[in-house]
Write a protein that binds this ligand. Structure first.
Ligand SMILES: [Fe+2]
Length: 374
């Protein structure tokens, strides 16, 4: 759900499917539209919705009609100035899925599932309007040169013209590898630097390497001070900050989820210093890979799920003069959606309710504490 758009996810047999959208007050937004559905899972985009409005979405096939009521997000204050997208946990090169690695891609496509999912995410993020694309780690499964090259081919074909920021994750830093992670990033078209940033109107986007090695836990010991300095510098220039990490900050002294992120004590210290440097920071991470939102030292902290497994998403950030809107969109590519739906059955089916999080974890509008210059 966005301020002016929504994604409708459904399962239906092959055949025509119709969609109708109206406001709660019965004002037609979308007259009935019909599309031919190939059967199975599907995603439809609804656009041109009014912001902050309750809408009724009806989806029908034959005599069957499903109806849901939802509310579009309010737009952040001021005009929209730019769009940024994030992709993470692509795991290019992985061939199995699930806790016991018992799930295989058996679909008759030339490219393996992680490549098809990444291609869908990158091309759909660009079509959404993202001018900056951030890779938030675990871009490859084993950190091998061939995997980086595959990602580079995807970015060259589907992200041409976008500003690319990328950081490695733990999977990109294995002990046994045929290329160093920073050179792998360069192979893929990213800068090899562990700390990068780009300044947009009203927003500084920072990508920082939080991966120590191939094990799960992350740390900001290496780059945390520089991130705080960059955030303070952004504040002096009137900019808010979108900080992109691979590892989330742990929520409690004892890790509550697997894999582990940045330890609670270190994360709390870092977030306090960051908030003092610039109170208008949104931290977004991957790694877990699930969708969650909470506050850390007053800053917004989100985890956005993987491109390659249920619910198969990428993150979008609409940058406004006075705020930001996060949207987590599902990958709609027809050659990816079947695999993504299959992976909901990971962990004995527990992944299905666990990974997506709540709607407000994924999609929300946030106003900065001060109006930013456009
Ligand atoms: Fe990871």
């Amino acid at each position: 759900m966005e301020d002016r758009a929504a994604q409708v996810s459904f399962h239906a047999p092959a055949g025509p499917v119709w969609l109708r959208v109206q406001t709660r007050a019965d004002r037609a937004v979308w007259p009935r539209r019909e599309v031919e559905h190939p059967g199975g899972p599907g995603l439809l985009d609804v656009t041109d919705l009014p912001p902050a409005t309750e809408v009724v979405i009806e989806l029908g096939q034959g005599a069957t009609v499903q109806r849901c009521t939802t509310r579009t997000l309010p737009s952040p204050p001021g005009p929209e100035l730019a769009r940024v997208a994030t992709i993470s946990d692509l795991h290019i090169g992985s061939v199995t899925h699930g806790l016991a690695s018992t799930m295989f891609d058996r679909a008759p496509y030339r490219d393996p599932a992680p490549v098809r999912c990444a291609r869908g995410a990158i091309s759909e993020a660009r079509a959404w309007g993202a001018g900056v694309l951030v890779g938030k780690g675990d871009l490859t499964q084993h950190g091998w040169a061939e995997e980086w090259r595959t990602l580079g081919d995807l970015l060259e074909r589907h992200a041409a013209g976008a500003v690319l920021l990328g950081v490695p994750g733990n999977h990109d830093k294995p002990q046994v590898r045929d290329i160093a992670p920073h050179l792998g990033l360069r192979h893929a078209g990213f800068s090899p630097e562990p700390l990068e940033w780009v300044d947009l109107p009203a927003l500084r986007v920072i990508a920082a390497d939080s991966a120590c090695d191939s094990r799960g836990p992350g740390s900001l010991h290496a780059h945390g001070d520089a991130v705080v300095d960059l955030a303070a510098d952004a504040r002096r220039a009137g900019r808010a900050v979108l900080l992109c990490l691979h590892h989330p900050l742990e929520r409690a002294p004892l890790p509550l989820q697997y894999p582990k992120g940045v330890s609670w004590a270190e994360g709390r210290r870092f977030a306090r210093r960051l908030a003092a440097a610039n109170p208008d920071v949104l931290i977004t991470a991957g790694h877990t890979p699930r969708n969650r939102r909470r506050r850390v030292a007053g800053l917004i902290h989100t985890e956005v799920g993987s491109t390659k497994d249920w619910p198969g998403v990428w993150g979008g950030y609409a940058v406004h003069e006075g705020g930001i809107r996060q949207v987590v969109r599902r990958i709609a590519a027809p050659d990816a959606i079947g695999w993504i739906e299959y992976t909901r059955w990971a962990a004995g089916g527990l992944w299905w309710p666990y990974s997506p999080g709540r709607a407000q974890d994924r999609c929300f509008t946030h106003s900065w504490s001060a109006t930013r210059p456009g």
